[in-house]
Ligand binder design. Structure first.
Ligand SMILES: [Zn+2]
Length: 358
């Protein structure tokens, strides 16, 4: 009988056999594209020399949200199978169709992140969702999925988790992003499916669509490594020797342009703001008739538009309501204490993307 100290068995996936202590790139056929060529789900499997859990890191579920691709490229250089306990599956461009087209969606105009669990005989989105479910999610005990804001928008690096799970808050604290946001899960999303299958998932939102930015990439790569350290897959600092009380929020508002024209931003993502603060001013083509854009609440800006030319009603800022500013960053005696002290006092609300707000 094997014990935990023995070498792990080879890892088998899609007809490939990967020995412990090695890595391999895998291309799993999803469907035939217009050109007649096969479209593949590209994975790198890093199969550790020691036993441990299997986790995945995914990027570009929305094909134009490419920060995850950069984070995963960095992780391939930083993770070594000889020193890894367990298995890491890296999926740098899950929606390869949208990735090639610079589009959030699939060619059938569906949103992959609303298409889970999928069906091998269904639409293109449904086939791809099912392929990812079967080959990745169902093999893993933890997933980290990486997204960005839409085009012309920037998101402060933030970890989003399903509401009501202290374990997910603990993992999010290990990740170390500037703020943790909890929200109910959306039907059809990868996180909702993973929750149904009891696979905990963290979602990193960071940066802007179709852009790489060093800050988001650095936070993403460091955060994944800290989570791996926290669950014992690599020997590294999980950052929790000093347990700081995290900044947490579970509801947010979009602040919109009061008129059309040209916007001058006074604040940006990461700024702490108070009700009535002037976030921006919007005026006419000559800078005349400026109107103030005010913060509706006490909170932190978690996203902003990067495009100053605005129509009346365009979303300029995404502000998360925060109730524990005075405690944030202070030392806590334990993770349990840090989680309970930082819990938002409000009921969690669904967190909507700007294009879903009417
Ligand atoms: Zn996304």
């Amino acid at each position: 009988m094997q014990t935990d100290s023995s070498a792990p068995d080879p890892y088998e996936i899609s007809g490939e056999v990967i020995a412990a202590g090695t890595r391999q790139n895998i291309a799993i056929p999803v469907s035939q594209s217009v050109s007649g060529l096969s479209a593949n789900l590209a994975l790198q499997v890093i199969h550790g020399k020691q036993r441990g859990p299997c986790i995945f890191v995914s990027g570009a579920i929305h094909g134009d949200e490419i920060i995850g691709t950069a984070v995963i490229q960095r992780l391939t250089a930083l993770l070594h199978p000889e020193t890894l306990s367990g298995t890491v599956i890296l999926a740098p461009a899950v929606n390869i169709y949208g990735f090639v087209q610079h589009s959030r969606y699939l060619p059938d105009r569906r949103d992959l992140n609303r298409s889970f669990p999928g069906n091998p005989g269904g639409s293109l989105a449904s086939q791809l969702a099912y392929c990812f479910l079967e080959n990745v999610i169902d093999r893993c005990s933890l997933g980290i999925d990486i997204h960005t804001a839409a085009i012309h928008r920037y998101n402060l690096p933030q970890i989003r988790v399903a509401s009501g799970s202290p374990y997910l808050i603990e993992l999010a604290m290990a990740f170390g992003a500037p703020i943790i946001i909890e929200s109910p899960l959306r039907p059809g999303s990868m996180r909702a499916l993973a929750a149904d299958r009891e696979t905990p998932m963290l979602l990193l939102e960071a940066g802007e669509a179709l852009r790489f930015d060093r800050h988001s990439i650095a936070i993403g790569a460091a955060g994944v490594l800290r989570v791996l350290a926290h669950i014992g897959m690599i020997a590294a600092d999980d950052g929790l020797s000093h347990i700081g009380i995290p900044l947490r929020a579970n509801r947010s508002l979009w602040v919109r342009a009061p008129r059309g024209g040209v916007s001058r931003r006074r604040h940006r993502s990461g700024d702490i703001v108070h009700r009535g603060d002037v976030l921006a001013q919007v005026g006419g083509l000559f800078g005349e008739d400026l109107m103030d854009v005010l913060s509706p609440l006490d909170g932190i800006i978690i996203g902003h538009t990067t495009l100053p030319v605005v129509n009346q009603g365009d979303a300029l800022f995404h502000v998360a309501e925060v109730a524990n500013f005075e405690n944030a960053g202070k030392q806590a005696g334990s993770i349990i204490e840090a989680i309970s002290v930082s819990a938002p006092p409000f009921p969690a609300e669904p967190l909507l993307d700007e294009d879903e707000v009417h």
